[in-house]
Design a protein around this ligand. Sequence first.
Ligand code: MN3
Length: 198
Amino acid sequence: MSFTLPDLPYSYDALAPYMSRETLEYHHDKHHLAYVNNGNNLLKGTEFEGKSLEEVVKGSYGKVPGLFNNAGQHYNHLHFWNWLKPNGGGAIPGEIEKKIIEDIGSVEKFKEDFIAAGVGQFGSGWAWLSLKDGKLEVSKTPNGENPLIHGATPILGVDVWEHSYYIDYRNRRPDYLKAFIDHLVNWDYVAELYSKAV
Ligand code: MN3
């Protein structure tokens, strides 16, 4: 199958003031589109044609770096648009909140760890909440990598490439991450991925 760019699940203005129309226009229409186009070009004629996106991501890691980078970023962004919503953040669904407290200690500790992972990712990358061997864990990855290639299932991720926040926050990555957690996270989508992962 080839990669396609989905429409955003909300309008370009819907996430303001926490994420602007200009950021979404660049990030979705240009950056994500480039991963889709480059990924499709690199997929052609390879053993990965016809495989699912997750299979391409896992199979190309460490073997076909160009394809992996673009397929990984396509996977990450497909979910990223759904991890955001207008008037997001707020209460964490009970089932996930319970699991966060069980595995990480508290909701506050989770938020601190998640923001610290994003702040601590040197250069481009992502911060994650994922399920591995039945436990929730916070992690960070460089560039287009994600928890899939480390044997985990991502249920929440935040893009910390500068293209994700520089227009709105300039160099203030911690402020972007705090706004993400407090005002943008679509916990319904996290709950949906969690229920599929357990
Ligand atoms: Mn991005």
